[in-house]
Design a protein. Structure first.
Length: 94
């Protein structure tokens, strides 16, 4: 389940001179069932999730991603690339 407002993130990304911006969020659940010689060996369940943000400005493209779907993480990376100055961000998803 998406845990943030994508439109709000787009507004942060498009502030300033952005010609285009997009938000791509994905959450995928899967199960891996392993059989060997006709018998069940292992069952694994997992969830992969994350968000990617992109901003296109004249002559530059900025992209950032995180494996978190928390709104604060998405907001932080949107601000980092939305203003056209890529900064080092640490601690996402922690």
């Amino acid at each position: 389940m998406l845990r943030f407002d994508g439109e709000r993130i787009l507004k942060i990304l498009t502030g300033g001179s952005a010609a285009y911006a997009d938000v791509y969020a994905e959450q995928k659940a899967y199960a891996h069932i392993h059989f060997e010689s006709g018998r069940l060996e292992k069952v694994e369940r997992a969830v992969d999730e994350g968000v990617g943000l992109r901003v296109i400005r004249p002559w530059k493209t900025f992209y950032a991603s995180t494996t978190s779907l928390r709104e604060q993480d998405a907001t932080d990376i949107a601000r980092a690339i939305g203003d056209g100055h890529l900064r080092t961000l640490a601690g996402f998803g922690n």
